[in-house]
Ligand binder design. Structure first.
Ligand SMILES: [Zn+2]
Length: 130
């Protein structure tokens, strides 16, 4: 997948290279998936997950698996798991909304302390600026 950078003065296109890291914001453990413009180092947030989201996702995955393995063998059991999965999907949507409202700030790289060796910024720590 290619993306176009919207940073003023950059406007380049590049191949997206997704990265996922764990972060701690205000004592809350979160998982951030992002990609970076290789020309100007602008960080683009893709998705931010909290513990609850990760938990719901793993349950959703389990229900889907159980539903499909029961399908054709025990259709009523299969439909129970489909219903459970649908409920989890709705929970997931709400939790994503909640996280988006909770963390409306910007994710960026911590300023380089390497005497202006700007390229190192790319490998710097990702920070959240509320
Ligand atoms: Zn850029």
């Amino acid at each position: 997948m290619r993306a176009a950078c919207d940073n003023a003065g950059c406007f380049c296109t590049f191949e997206v290279n997704l990265k996922t890291i764990s972060m701690n914001i205000d004592g809350e453990k979160l998982e951030l998936t992002y990609f970076v413009c290789p020309y100007c180092n602008k960080l683009y947030k893709v998705v931010l997950k909290n513990k609850k989201i990760l938990n719901i996702e793993s349950k959703l995955k389990r229900y889907k698996k159980k539903s499909s393995s029961a399908f054709g063998k025990d259709d009523s059991l299969s439909s129970i798991y489909t219903k459970l999965a649908t409920r989890k999907l709705e929970e997931l949507r709400q939790e994503y909304d909640a996280v988006d409202h909770q963390f409306t700030g910007t994710f960026t790289f911590a300023a380089s302390t390497n005497n202006g060796k700007e390229k190192l910024k790319h490998f710097g720590k990702v920070i959240y600026v509320p």
